[in-house]
Write a protein that binds this ligand. Structure first.
Ligand SMILES: [Zn+2]
Length: 369
């Protein structure tokens, strides 16, 4: 009977949700594993805003030829047995099997193989494992890149491209907060006040009209265009008061830096209006990931997969991943995953045989770099 590999089992059984610091447990498991099994690696542990990450490398400063990037935190799972991994029909089931403890395990194993047969090349390789991708990545891989100074020529991030696809682009993200100020009055005498909420909504509707005229409306079939989602609007507490303050949060997604500039100009025009007492601020900003599929390392990944009869088809995605931290430094980026279920669903799974193949292909690929 096939069994779940020991380390994968341990990673999946760790309830690494973002509650009470539990997200960090798998970092500890990985650290223990390397302490026990490998003496000749350089290990760096970091913690920022209670998010832990680990760097394991064959090289002692943080400039690498290749980084293998993963996260071990998972989204909440309220369904039964979410953290009791089991195998059915060759698939490993557990929260995080698909996103992305399965491929983290594969990278760890491929990395081990690499450091065991170091002799032929001095490729500087590092595993970068974080525990906050599901909540933005700023304190994990973002911290490693921006604060620890991690640099890479090639980043392998198997956190997308499900079912042997190759991701060629991930949208960038801009989250903004808008504040509107009016004048309070009693609900029976609205003429004495100025409604902060109505003003805000009017302006948001104007912005949305501009946005849709400019970029169109994304659909299931055609969604590689910018989107704007009004995530929240808040004002008022009672029926009989004209609200003095209002605020809103918008999630904007874009596919290129040019679009971001274009959108920012309009945000200024619509939401930075002193006459209307409207202002906005950025809450979070992430670059889009643009993959150069002609890069040699990317081509080599495609070739290695092809030799194993896994013909990669390309795909763009609306979500972001930790790959974005490597875009600005100009790294080649490979985002690809073996046969697996969708992510963030109950009963997530990854196919164990395909995962094993994926692992051996990473090893093969690393040897070509
Ligand atoms: Zn993920």
């Amino acid at each position: 009977m096939i069994q779940i590999p020991y380390l994968l089992q341990k990673l999946l059984a760790a309830e690494t949700v973002h509650i009470d610091g539990k997200q960090n447990q798998a970092i500890e498991i990985i650290h223990e594993y390397f302490k026990l099994n490998h003496e000749n690696v350089f290990i760096t542990r970091t913690q920022n805003n209670s998010i832990q990450s680990i760097i394991i490398s064959n090289h002692d400063n943080h400039s690498y030829d290749l980084v293998l990037v993963g996260h071990v935190d998972v989204v909440d799972a309220s369904y039964p047995n979410a953290f009791e991994p089991f195998i059915k029909d060759g698939k490993v089931y557990a929260r995080g099997a698909s996103d992305m403890k399965g491929t983290v395990w594969a990278m760890i194993k491929a990395f081990e193989q690499r450091i065991n047969n170091q002799s032929d090349s001095n490729l500087k390789v590092a595993l970068l494992i974080s525990s906050d991708e599901e909540i933005g990545g700023m304190n994990g891989i973002g911290y490693l890149v921006n604060n620890i100074g991690v640099k890479a020529k090639v980043a392998f991030v198997p956190d997308g491209g499900d079912n042997w696809k190759l991701v060629t682009g991930e949208k960038g993200t801009l989250h903004i907060n808008i504040d509107s100020k009016g004048l309070a009055s009693h609900g029976s005498r609205p003429w004495l006040g100025e409604h902060a909420g109505e003003k805000l909504i009017n302006q948001i509707m104007k912005f949305q009209t501009w946005f849709k005229d400019r970029y169109g409306v994304a659909t299931l079939q055609d969604n590689w265009i910018p989107t704007a989602n009004i995530g929240s609007i808040n004002f008022g507490q009672s029926a009989n008061k004209v609200p003095e303050l209002a605020s809103a949060k918008i999630d904007l997604r874009f596919t290129s830096s040019n679009q971001l500039e274009d959108i920012k100009l309009k945000l200024n025009e619509f939401f930075n209006v002193p006459e209307l007492d409207l202002s906005f601020s950025e809450i979070a900003l992430g670059s889009p990931t643009e993959v150069d599929t002609s890069a040699i390392s990317v081509q080599k990944w495609i070739d290695v997969c092809k030799e194993a009869n896994r013909e990669l088809t390309t795909q763009t995605t609306s979500g972001a991943s930790d790959a974005r931290w490597f875009t600005d430094m100009g790294a080649d980026i490979v985002i690809s995953k073996p046969t697996c279920s969708a992510i963030h669903i109950d009963d997530e799974w990854i196919d164990l045989e395909e995962l094993n193949l994926f692992k051996s292909l990473i090893t093969k690929w690393i040897n070509t770099l």
